[in-house]
Design a protein around this ligand. Structure first.
Ligand SMILES: [Zn+2]
Length: 91
């Protein structure tokens, strides 16, 4: 049984979307990664995204995940204008 059911996804409200946008911005995640996370909320992240996120809690979008896995980008380089006082990936 999936952690988040289809019924739960249907109840995904505008308020919840805004919550994740605020959270993602707080942690300095790129807009593209935040939006893809929201759009796929409750769906198990595909393998490249899981691997690229390295269990940090940050699940980058598929494009950024592929760049990370190809060695063209480092996960921490995606973090910009972070408001959280703890440095990535803590916090
Ligand atoms: Zn991204």
């Amino acid at each position: 049984m999936p952690a988040v059911t289809r019924a739960m996804r249907r109840r995904f409200t505008k308020m919840t979307r805004e919550y994740f946008q605020i959270q993602g911005t707080f942690y300095g995640y790129p807009h593209c990664c935040i939006e893809q996370f929201i759009d796929t909320f409750g769906i198990q992240p595909c393998n490249p995204k899981r691997l690229a996120g390295s269990s940090t809690g940050f699940i980058p979008c598929l494009i950024h995940s592929k760049q990370i896995l190809n060695g063209k980008l480092r996960l921490k380089d995606l973090i910009q204008n972070r408001q959280c006082v703890k440095s990535f990936p803590r916090g």
